[in-house]
Design a protein around this ligand. Structure first.
Ligand code: SAH
Ligand code: SF4
Length: 353
């Protein structure tokens, strides 16, 4: 079954015209697309139109099947797709606005050794409509509407590598920003990548101007390739050149993410990181590495983390620590999904992919 949420307003207009209905019906269908409503909840669409469209396009691409609430206000969701795949999202109420972290793929094929999302490889890409549906579901859950949104900031940092699903992600970003849609400013959207250099450049040329975050995690090719296989085909020099190009084209400062653990917090790591970023308009976002049981890699203590951050500052770098929200609800990348899949398998409901 195709998904209504995969269609842009222009595509819906064409469909509605082909079926012989007046153009304003397209706007009504578009409103359904960015809510979490089913056709049956619609009060203004004629029955005949609903019958025709719903036989080809289903209305809600994903549904929330599990919610975990943290003491700090964060919420973690499991979204289920129409073909029973699961991906996750995290809602974080920050002072500057409610932020939703969404997934872009079911699984991930990049295989970073510290990440639970890549443990079982890539199952499939998410479509633009499925990503939009993640936002629509959470917006509605928090009482938001099209005009008065309950989600103002989006980060593409859940399961998946967004630039490995380039076309769908770009379509999704345009949908998010559509004035007739949720109309979310792309200034409030961050995209995190493991560093697919060619697509970073393509993104720079799209004129979308989202905040680009690059997952660095090590500052030499030798060390980075050990923990991020993607570095073998996208070495640091190419990633940095693409990030510089992004800054040049968009004027937006690039964020470098550094998940710090025992393996990348030595004096040599500090010096290498400083040498790499010095002189660039760069900002480092430190994340304490979330322990992933399957990988047995550990983060630092609070004290060690503060020392590491101070040392970077002493070397003249701009650095902040990402506030870790939802630690009590498996806030880490990919962890809830992995648990869910393991449980499903234990219950005999499907293999873990
Ligand atoms: N694929 C993209 C975006 C999703 S991952 C990327 O890699 O950038 C979002 C962020 O979580 C990335 O910076 C990733 O490196 C980080 N991450 C993954 N596993 C982690 C872990 N165990 N602890 C801390 N950060 C982790
Ligand atoms: Fe994929 Fe990002 Fe996880 Fe690496 S860190 S495996 S790129 S989701």
């Amino acid at each position: 079954m195709k998904l209504l949420q995969d269609l842009s307003l222009a595509e819906i207009k064409k469909l509605v015209a082909e079926k012989g209905y007046p153009a304003y019906r397209a706007e009504q269908l578009n409103a359904l697309k960015i809510s979490n409503r089913d056709y049956s909840d619609s009060t203004n669409l004629p029955k005949a139109l609903i019958e025709e469209i719903s036989s080809e396009y289903s209305a809600r691409a994903v549904k929330i099947v599990e919610v975990r609430r943290s003491k700090d206000g964060a919420e973690k969701y499991l979204f289920e797709t129409s073909d029973s795949r699961v991906v996750e999202g995290v809602f974080m109420p920050y002072d500057y606005g409610n932020t939703l972290c969404i997934s872009t793929q079911v699984g991930c094929r990049m295989g970073c050794v510290f990440c639970a999302s890549g443990l079982n490889g890539l199952e499939r890409n998410l479509s633009s409509g499925e990503m939009l549906s993640e936002v629509a579901e959470v917006n509605a859950m928090h009482g938001g509407t099209q005009k008065k949104r309950a989600v103002s900031n989006i980060v593409l940092m859940g399961t998946g590598e967004p630039l490995d699903n380039y076309d769908n992600v770009v379509k999704f970003l345009k949908e998010l920003n559509d004035p007739k849609g949720l109309n979310i400013s792309l200034r409030n959207v961050s995209l995190s990548t493991s560093g697919l250099a060619a697509n970073m450049r393509r993104l720079a040329d799209e004129g979308l101007n989202v905040v680009l975050a690059v997952s660095l995690h090590a500052a030499t090719d030798e060390k980075r390739s050990r923990i991020m296989p993607v570095n073998r085909s996208n070495p640091i020099s190419e990633v940095m050149a693409a990030a510089d190009y992004y800054f040049e084209k968009t004027g937006r400062r690039v964020i470098y993410e550094y998940a710090v653990g025992k393996h990348n917090s030595g004096r040599d790591d500090l010096d290498e990181l400083a040498a790499l970023l010095r002189g660039r308009n760069a900002h480092i976002n430190l994340i304490n590495l979330n322990y992933v049981k399957e990988r047995d890699m550990r983060g630092l203590s609070r004290k060690e983390l503060e020392i590491f951050m101070d040392e970077l500052k002493k070397r003249g770098l701009s650095v902040t620590m990402r506030r870790s929200m939802g630690a009590d609800i498996d806030g880490a990348c990919g962890q809830l999904r992995i648990k869910h899949l393991a449980r499903r398998m234990a219950e005999g409901k499907g293999e873990v992919k």
